[in-house]
Design a protein. Structure first.
Length: 133
């Protein structure tokens, strides 16, 4: 789904987006936990049955992880980095496509950047920035 967000719309949906993002992180950690267990526990190297069962668990965890990413991005919000906790909301500023930018730990959308700038190009939103759709 493609959407363009106003600052108000992005901030109104931010609590549900944060919840979805936290779920993605939890699922990613589950995938990593299972992978580590498979790589370090000799049980999975000595028994085909145990290995296959654990591998199926891993496959399911990976599927759930990617499904959760799809679920979040179906809202119109783009994940820029799970590791760095970066999400972008498409918007328009002075007839130019821009991203409203959120970083994990922030409680509201306070920054924007151009399409090709990325996180390092973040600029603060002015309180009355009516130029953003």
């Amino acid at each position: 789904m493609f959407s363009q967000f106003t600052i108000k719309q992005a901030n109104e949906m931010l609590p549900s987006v944060i919840k979805k993002f936290k779920n993605i992180i939890n699922l990613k950690n589950e995938v990593l936990r299972i992978q580590t267990e498979m790589e370090t526990n000799p049980r999975y190297m000595s028994s085909f049955k145990d290995y296959v069962i654990k591998k199926q668990e891993l496959n399911s965890a990976i599927s759930n992880y990617y499904k959760s990413i799809e679920d979040l991005e179906n809202t119109g919000v783009m994940i820029k980095s799970v590791e760095e906790g970066l999400l972008d909301f498409p918007s328009i500023r002075f007839n130019e496509e821009v991203w409203l930018c959120w970083k994990e730990g922030e409680t509201e959308i306070k920054f924007w950047h151009g399409k090709d700038e990325g996180f390092m190009g973040r600029k603060p939103l002015s309180v009355s920035d009516e130029s953003l759709v």
